[in-house]
Design a protein around this ligand. Structure first.
Ligand code: GRF
Length: 211
């Protein structure tokens, strides 16, 4: 069974989606650790409901960014995770910790990458007059939100949409997208590195689509 570590800074709804899918029997995986860089409640509740404590690694207790990253990934490695999922993890990770784990670390990002890496993605899609928006799951590489895109979910932008309405319509799709990609990882259908993604042993020329 796929062993998954989740890194989360915020409310943890993507973590909860994974846990719910596991509980329903829709996802053959186990969450072996939840790792947070913030002391706020957020991802703590879903982790506790699933019977495991979320580990808090405090950036302020570490002298440098790299010290924090090493402390974090020492713990992640100790969990024995096969797959590391960044789900709303709001820190930029050092190349020293990302590079050795590229083939087993993914991130969910709320835009149709390569459009809108970084923050405020919903507002930026609206400001650009886009007719479509979405979310991506991509391989984590040292550059921010820049790794090969594995899969995307898309939705139409409607007249009157605001950043808030868009975010609210996108979130359940994000959850389905992340669960599907983790499922494919568990089924060993996905293989990736810093440059390319293979699905069923075929090189992907564009992201997989998830509704
Ligand atoms: C999601 O929109 C995700 O795409 C982004 O941060 C948000 C995290 O939400 N990276 P949650 O903490 O999983 O609820």
């Amino acid at each position: 069974m796929l062993r998954v570590a989740v890194l989360a800074s915020g409310r943890g709804s993507n973590l909860r989606a994974l846990l719910d899918a596991i509980r329903r029997g829709d996802l053959d995986a186990c969450i072996v650790g939840v790792f947070r860089d913030t002391a706020t409640a957020g991802a703590r509740a879903p982790a506790r409901d699933a019977g495991s404590a979320a580990t808090h690694v405090d950036p302020k207790a570490c002298a440098t960014r790299l010290d924090f990253d090493r402390a974090l990934f020492d713990r992640v490695d100790a969990s024995g995770a096969d797959l590391i999922v960044c789900a709303g993890f709001m820190r930029i990770l050092s190349p020293e910790v990302v590079a050795p784990r590229v083939a087993r670390m993914i991130n969910i990002h709320p835009s149709l990458l390569p459009r809108y890496p970084g923050l405020h993605t919903h507002q930026r899609a609206l400001d650009a007059g886009d007719r479509e928006h979405g979310a991506s799951v991509h391989v984590v590489i040292p550059a921010l939100d820049a790794g090969p895109v594995i899969a995307q979910t898309r939705l139409a932008i409607e007249a009157g949409d605001t950043a808030e309405t868009l975010a609210a319509r996108l979130l359940p799709r994000e959850h389905r997208l992340l669960v599907q990609v983790v499922r494919w990882c568990g089924e060993r259908r996905l293989r990736f590195d810093a440059e390319r993604v293979h699905f069923d042993e075929r090189l992907l020329t564009g992201p997989l689509a998830v509704d």
